[in-house]
Design a protein around this ligand. Structure first.
Ligand code: NDP
Length: 498
């Protein structure tokens, strides 16, 4: 039986007990230990139990991985395959991901605490879909001939960049890796991927599946390790042509510095958010509340585009607060392997400490509507209740800073201009939502919102077909869609006189 929606908690537990973890570094198509021999523990935040110990890659391992990626790129074993040939391999990888959905979903769930029901119906099938989409697109994009006229032929072609370094976070381990790998590989690059230290396991399994699909050795290397050594070594490496990153704004800025102080590699950043969700009185308030709850409690609120700031018209504020409190009551955390749970634990105890620090500051700065407590279960205290604050000062930390947890603030406005001023008063500009039945208002408010994506009468609208990324300190460059190929290719002109 492979219909994951029918799996019970006992089914998932049995599969978890039978898992074999890949816990070495993946270089040149082989699993190898770290040059230093160092290892680190991968801990299940749901229970506090150690899952396995993982090779801790450092600068020497990054060197080996980059050298392997460079060799593979230069000899053309992948970079000079035709787009149709690359498509075939990546389609096989998508099929293998589909065959292994339960395993990949479990790896992410055990590693970082997300609900296995989400990992198995959203993350892992999503990864297969994103590989398939980019694979299918790559042999349908035509290059250009410039309109020079005369006896000149100026061809403008897209060429791969070379070696891409990808540093990804722990909130969607498999999908964030996929968002970088699918377009980077489809365009013919070689990649060195560094997964987050909290969640390296699915990336290591993905590398093995890619090899099984026929990706040549050296084209994809995965170096688990810590940001300050493996991540920094990749960011500073003189033979890396392009560095793509998803994570915090603070670390994104480091990658810009690393590039400036090394070889001026291209850097593309998808960093944090503090996305506003504007609710006007003419909206379908039940639908708005349902989606707003999804927007902040899905994945424990550990989502860069989470709708963490609700801005609601004063005339409907009390009824929206009531609706949101009712939905928060339904979103209590539990065992991530239990299909009945609404949220899992946060990624680790340290992050739960950070989120609880924000909650403590929120209690000083405004009114706690519900939640606000940490919950211990199964020797883990990484669970945090869904939490809502209102009556906050505009300069409160919970209003201004990215919390990355299940914490919603609700503020009120009286006019459209006031709503827009509040919404745009943020260093971030990743996503925003608007709820109204008035089409004119929906369009004019969307036009004036600072955000890479504005969702109208929904939250966090996203697909392989639409670009995802931010403005301001949410970063630049776009994942997904045909535009994602821009980051991984350069325009090259070949001019022929005849
Ligand atoms: P980070 O930005 O620290 O981590 C993201 C990636 O960068 C990880 O692979 C990490 O490695 C790596 N990294 C960390 N420090 C360095 C460094 N000095 N040089 C090179 N690479 C580095 O996110 P955190 O996991 O620490 O989370 C902190 C906050 O960041 C969250 O609370 C949230 O606000 C935000 N965040 C945003 C995400 C998003 O999707 N936009 C995703 C994750 C976090 P390692 O894991 O080994 O530290």
């Amino acid at each position: 039986m492979n219909d994951v929606t029918q799996f019970t908690r006992a089914d998932w537990q049995a599969r978890a007990a039978a898992l074999r973890f890949r816990n070495q570094i993946w270089i040149d198509g082989r699993a190898v230990p770290a040059a230093s021999g160092a290892r680190f523990e991968s801990v299940n935040p749901a229970t506090g139990a150690v899952l396995t110990d993982v090779a801790r890659g450092g600068a020497e391992d990054i060197d080996r991985a980059v050298a392997s990626a460079r060799r593979a790129f230069e000899d053309g074993r992948w970079s000079r395959k035709t787009p149709a040939e690359r498509k075939e391999v990546l389609l096989r990888l998508a099929a293998l991901i589909r065959e292994n959905v339960p395993e990949l979903a479990l790896l992410d769930s055990l590693d970082m605490g997300k609900l296995v029901k989400d990992a198995s119906t959203i993350d892992a099938p999503g990864s297969a879909h994103f590989f398939q989409w980019h694979a299918e697109a790559i042999d349908k994009i035509y290059d250009e001939i410039a309109p020079t006229g005369g006896r000149d032929l100026a061809m403008v072609r897209r060429v791969p960049l070379g070696v891409v370094g990808a540093v990804v976070p722990w909130n969607f381990p498999l999908d964030m890796a996929t968002w970088k790998l699918a377009p980077a590989l489809a365009t013919g690059n070689s990649v060195v991927l560094k997964p987050a230290e909290q969640s390296p396991l699915s990336a290591l399994r993905l590398a093995e599946l890619a090899a099984e699909a026929g990706l040549p050795d050296g084209v994809l290397n995965v170096v688990p390790g810590f940001g300050e050594d493996a991540g920094q070594a990749l960011g500073r490496h003189a033979d890396v042509d392009c560095l793509v990153f998803t994570g915090s704004t603070a670390v994104g800025k480091m990658f810009q510095r690393y590039a400036g102080e090394s070889n001026m590699k291209q850097v593309w950043l998808e960093t944090g958010g503090k996305s506003p969700n504007l609710i006007f009185p003419d909206a379908d308030l039940d639908a708005a509340a349902d989606m707003a709850a999804f927007g902040i409690f899905f994945n424990q609120g550990e989502v860069c585009s989470a709708n963490s700031r609700m801005l609601v018209h004063a005339s409907i504020a009390e009824e929206m607060i009531e609706r949101m409190a009712a939905r928060a009551a339904q979103a209590q955390p539990g065992d991530p392997l239990d299909p009945a749970s609404a949220m899992g634990p946060l990624v680790d105890r340290k992050h739960a400490d950070t989120v609880m620090g924000f909650i403590a500051s929120g209690k000083q700065a405004g009114r706690l509507v519900c939640g606000g407590e940490r919950i211990a279960r199964d020797a883990s205290d990484a669970y945090v209740q869904p939490t809502i604050f209102t009556d906050l000062r505009p300069d409160a930390r919970v209003v201004r800073e990215e919390i990355f947890g299940p914490v919603l603030t609700i503020q009120t406005f009286k006019t459209e201009d006031e709503a827009l001023a509040m919404a745009n008063d943020s260093p971030y500009a990743l996503a925003a939502s608007v709820w109204t039945r008035d089409l004119g208002r929906a369009l004019s408010v969307s036009d004036r919102l600072n955000a890479g994506t504005v969702s109208v009468n929904t939250v966090d609208a996203l697909s392989a077909m639409t670009p995802f990324g931010g403005m301001k300190q949410s970063g630049f460059g776009r994942d997904l869609s045909i535009h994602s190929f821009d980051k991984y290719s350069a325009l090259k002109t070949t001019w022929i006189k005849y």
